[in-house]
Design a protein around this ligand. Sequence first.
Ligand SMILES: NC(=O)c1ccc[n+]([C@@H]2O[C@H](COP(=O)([O-])OP(=O)(O)OC[C@H]3O[C@@H](n4cnc5c(N)ncnc54)[C@H](OP(=O)(O)O)[C@@H]3O)[C@@H](O)[C@H]2O)c1
Length: 227
Amino acid sequence: MALELGRRRPPRLLLVGREHRALTEVADATGGTALEADLADPAGLTAVAAAGAAADVVVHAAGIGWAGDLATMSAEEARRLLEVDLWAPIELTRAILPGMLARRRGHLVFLGSIAGAVGVPGEATYSAAKAGIGAFAEVVRAETAGRGVGVSTVLPGVVDTPFFTRRGRPYDRRWPRPVPPERVARAVVRAIERNRAEMFVPAWLRLPARLHGAAPPLYGALARRLG
Ligand SMILES: NC(=O)c1ccc[n+]([C@@H]2O[C@H](COP(=O)([O-])OP(=O)(O)OC[C@H]3O[C@@H](n4cnc5c(N)ncnc54)[C@H](OP(=O)(O)O)[C@@H]3O)[C@@H](O)[C@H]2O)c1
């Protein structure tokens, strides 16, 4: 996403993460600034909020997953997931949005997930976090309408990144096929340029999401049948 943003509209990028090597690699490639910070740590959040106070665009992409039956998930694992995937974007928005509104300029992008739109078995807490971020973004968009600040949610399905290995369970389904991360990055840039409220990647994922909302029993029956 940083590479795509850097190519399309040469901004001053602030790159946030914990992995020194990956951060400096992207910083070198984009001319951006690396900020090592743990978004699950209040000190990390404070550092990011301070460094990003004047940002015109914020992409809330950091996220972690967890797979398995909820009954086997520890409180610590659930809390950490919610801190990174839900609390960090809320807290950073709370800190950075007033400046954007004062300048009447800015755009917030939230990385949701199809899991937040339909709920995926084995991913109860992750689905809850992503549903929460979708609801949060929708309300912030309504609250900031006409005030110079855009808000978008990008909802990918399965993306070919280390996400699954890092969560402890590799993606092993034949369908749907993972999309390349560049496709999500392009969707993020398009969402900003066109101030789109919501973008699914791939776009056809909008259909199961809408079916889930309009006819939950039918969606449930189809999901059980298709797996
Ligand atoms: N991959 C998928 O299939 C998929 C599908 C739907 C939605 N998403 C969402 O897309 C977003 C990006 O995921 P990805 O696929 O790129 O996963 P990824 O390859 O595992 O990358 C996760 C990113 O989040 C950062 N991060 C994780 N924990 C952090 C923490 N405590 N503090 C700061 N940064 C942290 C990581 O940086 P460091 O490791 O350097 O900290 C890394 O840049 C996430 O919000 C994810 O939920 C992914």
